[in-house]
Design a protein. Structure first.
Length: 275
């Protein structure tokens, strides 16, 4: 009987235990989404697909987009799935850029349904990241990825805002949703987040940002606004798909911006052009 390390479990052939991938099968530019069908729609934008892997809920495609290798992975929903994806992807590729293309609920009254929000950081309302950092640790998107996503949305003339996101540990109770038999413990949470200027609420970004910061890699997120929570509005299915497609457009175009400016400034630099 052969056995791998319990600290770093691997499947046959050195593949990562959950995502089913090995080094060389993942590109340095990676889009992350929850829905496997959305990952398939991203791959449809590639000029060619080299690798498709489907293992558990993780679906990954690696191919060529604008003459460069890009991967897209569907992680399923939630921070626990995102943690597994990020940890195992970092064992497959040395210095990735990780961009979440997701969906969210708008928390401000003027949240425009179908618009996009580029996250500068995320309020950590989840517990997954507590396995790595203290409760007060900030979850911050990398400034280069924020700039690339905002630049892409501006170029594509897609309505968007740039600002703070909150990441919930679930879809119902943690997002203030009631049903006939179940009610949230903290029904005032959304009102407080709104007063604090948080733009949207989703379920993965803060864990992604936290782990990326600890690993020293770049990460960001762009999410479509499917709901206006203060007005209790939700997009129809066709409009939802169009909004999701815009996150795909912006995420892929952001990689072009990052590639165009790669190496033009020190990685830690924050600078304006000289006036």
């Amino acid at each position: 009987m052969t056995a791998s390390s319990a600290n770093r479990p691997e499947a046959h052939g050195g593949r990562q235990y959950h995502i089913g991938l090995a080094p060389g099968e993942v590109a340095p530019r990676i889009l992350l989404c929850g829905d496997p069908a959305r990952a398939d729609r991203v791959a449809a934008q590639f000029s060619s697909v080299e690798i498709t892997a489907r293992h558990r809920e993780y679906v990954t495609h690696t191919g060529i987009y604008h003459d460069k290798r890009v991967s897209v992975m569907a992680t399923g929903m939630g921070c626990d799935n995102t943690e597994i994806a990020v940890v195992e992807l970092l064992r497959c590729v040395d210095n990735p850029v990780l961009v979440r293309i997701g969906t969210s609920g708008g928390l401000q009254p003027d949240a425009e349904l179908g618009s996009l929000i580029v996250s500068t950081g995320a309020v950590r309302l989840e517990s997954t990241s507590l396995g790595f950092v203290e409760p007060g640790f900030p979850a911050i998107a990398h400034h280069e990825v924020v700039m690339a996503l905002a630049s892409a949305a501006e170029e594509l003339r897609i309505a968007h805002r740039v600002g703070l996101t909150a990441t919930a540990a679930g879809f119902y109770g943690w997002q203030g949703r009631s049903s006939d038999r179940l009610h949230p413990r903290d029904p005032g949470l959304l009102d407080r987040l709104q007063l604090q200027g948080v733009l949207n609420l989703e379920m993965e970004a803060s864990t992604l940002f936290t782990l990326a910061m600890l690993a020293g890699v770049r990460a960001g997120a762009v999410c479509a606004v499917l709901a206006n929570r203060p007005k209790d509005q939700f997009l129809g299915s066709e409009e939802k798909r169009l909004a999701e497609d815009q996150t795909i457009e912006v995420g892929l175009r952001a990689f072009d911006y990052l590639d165009a400016h790669e190496g033009t400034a020190p990685r830690s630099a924050w600078r304006w052009p000289k006036p």
